[in-house]
Ligand binder design. Sequence first.
Ligand SMILES: Nc1ncnc2c1ncn2[C@@H]1O[C@H](COP(=O)(O)OP(=O)(O)OP(=O)(O)O)[C@@H](O)[C@H]1O
Length: 489
Amino acid sequence: MEIRFTQLQCRSSSVTMDIDNWLIEPQQSWGVFSTEGDLGALLGLLFTQQAHDKTLAYSGQLLGVDRTKVALVSLHEQQQLLDDILDQDDSESLGYIDPKTTVYGVIFAQCNDEALTHRLLQQLNLIQLSASPFTQLSTGESRRVMLARAVATKVPFLVLDEPYAGLDVGHRQALSHYLQQLSQTVQMLVVVSREEDMPDWIEHIAMFNHGTLDSVMTKSEWDNHPLISQLTAQSGQQSEELLALIRRHRHSPSFANPVFQLNNGRVAYSDKVIFSGVNWRIDNGVHWQVKGPNGCGKSTLLGLIFGDHPQCYSNDIDIFGKKRGSGESIWEIKKHIGMVSSALHLQYRVNCSALDVIVSGFYDSIGLYQQASKQQVAIATEWLAILHMGHLSKSSFRQLEYGQQRLLLIARAIVKQPTLLILDEPYQGLDYLGRRLIKNALELIAKEHLSQLLYVSHYQEDSLDSIKHFIEFVADEHHGGYRAVITKS
Ligand SMILES: Nc1ncnc2c1ncn2[C@@H]1O[C@H](COP(=O)(O)OP(=O)(O)OP(=O)(O)O)[C@@H](O)[C@H]1O
């Protein structure tokens, strides 16, 4: 396709996209880097006009897009598909959710082609998961299925919005290689908000600054562009404001050691062991990072702490001075924990306002069912202002962009200043500035011990200086699944 944008302008709740002049020649694939706002969602809408079940109004010209021949991969689409499948599995079952829709089924439904489905399962390292229900996959596993599903449509143009989000290092490299090969036959727009996610093989890059197409350039021009250092300085100041807010309301109770202890931890399903023999002790004030490849059990382990994993009662766990399963109330435990994860993001299916989402952090509820105090509302309002979302205070959570939703969920987790702050790939869906803001704030929270961090990220650049303790899952040759290795830097 030859696509031409001329004086095009359209807006979302986070940003106004402005493109004076941009030509995408036939067969060309482009990398798009954006510093602010969910430009991937806007471009996805412009190119498909079917995502989110709504159309996007714009002024100016967009010529050459055949919308029947474009497929979109984005976190929003992934969320939507999970929602749909959960609804479908739910409605077909008798009172309990029976996860029927398999990985194979999700891909095959797009092409009705067994050979192609099989090939894609192989190319994206999904063969082992072929019969797994889609709703049970880990974040990185679902990401790869979303891509296979888009390729299965056999369209000649793909819009890939943050295709590397949630993938471990190995899978990121494999995907980059796969996309390079795919680019011989399929045209692509690859939208990224991390410099290191810009694929090496991309020859043309469009750089957006605050929503405006700033410049188009080659990969080598991009590698030396000064914009990144300017942006870094800008986000530092915002993070300081955030920390000042947190400091003002600090009130962390401290517990006797150990805060958490897991003895000989094991999680297994009927067909496979995820991990076994895990011994992990978390002492007061120590921050930890959980590492390991996609599907090794990082979220599962954190679910044992948070108490929402069904096997937390069959494991030997002490938390906040109590033995799990000794009659302790789950709410009593959750009171001391703030949590951000993709699973929580998916669970947050209620339609309350942006402000209420933050306030719900004081009550550990999904949605708000209590009368908040004036002070709670004031703190949540300050959070909205720092996140540049003051004008969205009354907007419905589900109508916001994925990245805006994620920022609100991060604020929700931090707002009550929990003893343990569990951050399971917190940056997913955040734009460049949002990610810098939150990362700086977490670094400061950790440094000042305002909360104790349990942190998961697949990116080296996300490492926090204050985290010196690591629990890493590595393949367990003897028992199958994974075992944990503990290290200190
Ligand atoms: N109910 C279930 N039955 C069988 N397997 C399951 C079930 N729920 C989760 N799994 C599997 O457990 C494994 C661990 O999942 P988990 O989400 O903990 O991985 P992770 O390390 O957090 O991965 P990622 O880096 O992709 O987020 C995955 O392979 C997932 O498919």
